[in-house]
Design a protein around this ligand. Sequence first.
Ligand code: AVJ
Length: 318
Amino acid sequence: MLKPEIEDGQVTLADPAFRNDVLRGFASRPRAIPARWFYDRRGSELFEAITDLPEYYPTRTETAILRACCADIARLAGAGRAVVEFGSGSSTKTPILLRAVDPSAYVPIDISGDFLRESSAGLASAFPGLPVLPVEADFLHPIALPAQVADTPKLGFFPGSTIGNMIPHSSVDLLRAMKASLGEGAMLVIGMDRIKDVGVLEAAYDDAQGVTAAFNRNLLERINRELGGTIPLDAFRHSAIWNDDRARIEMHLEATRDVAFTIERHPFEMAAGETIHTENSHKYGPRDARILLRAGGWTPVGEWTDPNGLFAVILAEA
Ligand code: AVJ
């Protein structure tokens, strides 16, 4: 992904895919922009801040589950697998798994080369002797893994409930692509957020300090910065609502008054109350999660949760 360097409000290189998604997203009804565009430098910092919020339970809950279940995962998966992480964030979860499963190699996959280099370097120094083989690729499609691990059984790792960003149809496509990428005899460790009390869910996506609101609104700032937009930020408010029919939290940016603005000289108008849909975060009950995995070609073989059943870590085999 292109990373524009911005100084003094100056705009350089805009990613053409970002431009397309934004222009099409603002022109379509309902208006929607894919959640992946949240994560510019500022957005990634804000997401890190979200993971520390008292209301945002997923990160700390999943980390605690992993600490408790990694020995079980190691026993069920056996030693010597190549651990393949999809979307290698700057997470603290990876070392927990790597320490437990005694892998023969670690293969982080990320679409952003910068992230990949940073997290690879960190892990390589924390695990001397472990081959770290980064792959810069979009894991939504089947990926050719490095030749060094061609004959090694794989253990996929997809934590963070990242799968929740996708609608079920795309989730199944992704699970199948992962199975194709990981090959014969693969296993997968996946984190999925559970359905729970609406108040708990909505608070996790609309925190008291307004960090999630800033994360959502940063998308508009990014559009203004990178695409020369004139969106008045004060005309939009953050909204996070539970869609019970679809079992997901939806984040929107809602116009608080009638507004007109341009993005790359294209004019747009929004009436008060109209929204831009910026994110879905699907939640899965215990059976929902297992059905989703099976639909994607995986058989669940182990499942761990926290004492309150907020979040689940599932081990599945191909
Ligand atoms: C990174 C997609 C798992 O859906 O909980 C957090 C992103 N959005 N707060 C999530 C997010 C708002 C997060 N995922």
